[in-house]
Design a protein around this ligand. Structure first.
Ligand SMILES: CC(C)(COP(=O)(O)OP(=O)(O)OC[C@H]1O[C@@H](n2cnc3c(N)ncnc32)[C@H](O)[C@@H]1OP(=O)(O)O)[C@@H](O)C(=O)NCCC(=O)NCCS
Length: 146
């Protein structure tokens, strides 16, 4: 297993992983617009296979985690944690002070991962996301890196 830079050539594969892993998947257009000099996008690979990926944008000394996703066949084996810890290391090397993210309140696995990694819930956007029941809250989380 190793970490590599995610590139636009990977979009077709990560779009498929996203469709399989995320009950609320990004449209392909969101991936298409997530590659520029501001982005730090990472993949965890085993040979040619993408196990999981991260899409993160850095503006000044602040970063935002837009997407973290692990292929369902490899979930629950510590790869999401490894991706997040690797991202933290790279951000610290780049002297980024804060890592922000937004997560559905119902996403128990992601919430457990973020809390375990030291993220603080700093705000709640009530009824921000649509879901089958109508709507649910978005939790705004921040990890202080310095
Ligand atoms: C969220 C996600 C990236 C986590 O990746 P993962 O590889 O499955 O997670 P890991 O195996 O690294 O587990 C990390 C932590 O998450 C939590 N976790 C993992 N599986 C869990 C489960 N089934 N139930 C509850 N908590 C769980 C635990 O806290 C775990 O730490 P521990 O093993 O030390 O207890 C992955 O589930 C995923 O791709 N989900 C779909 C996309 C998504 O929701 N992304 C987040 C959007 S904000």
């Amino acid at each position: 297993m190793k970490f590599e830079t995610l590139t636009p050539a990977d979009i077709s594969v990560i779009y498929q992983i996203e469709q399989q892993a995320n009950p609320y998947p990004w449209p392909r257009s969101a991936f298409d617009s997530s590659f520029s000099d501001l982005y730090l996008n990472i993949k965890l690979v085993n040979g040619d296979q993408i196990i999981g990926f991260i899409i993160c944008k850095i503006v000044g000394d602040q970063a935002e985690l837009f997407n973290i996703c692990v292929n369902p066949a490899y979930q629950g084996k510590g790869y999401g944690k490894q991706l997040l810890q690797y991202l933290q290391t790279v951000l610290q090397q780049r002297i980024v002070a804060e890592l922000w993210l937004e997560v559905r309140s119902s996403n128990k696995v992601a919430n457990a991962l973020y809390q375990q990694q030291g993220f603080n819930c700093v705000d709640v956007r009530r009824n921000y996301y649509k879901n089958a029941q109508g709507s649910e809250d978005a939790l705004i989380m921040c990890l202080y890196l310095s």
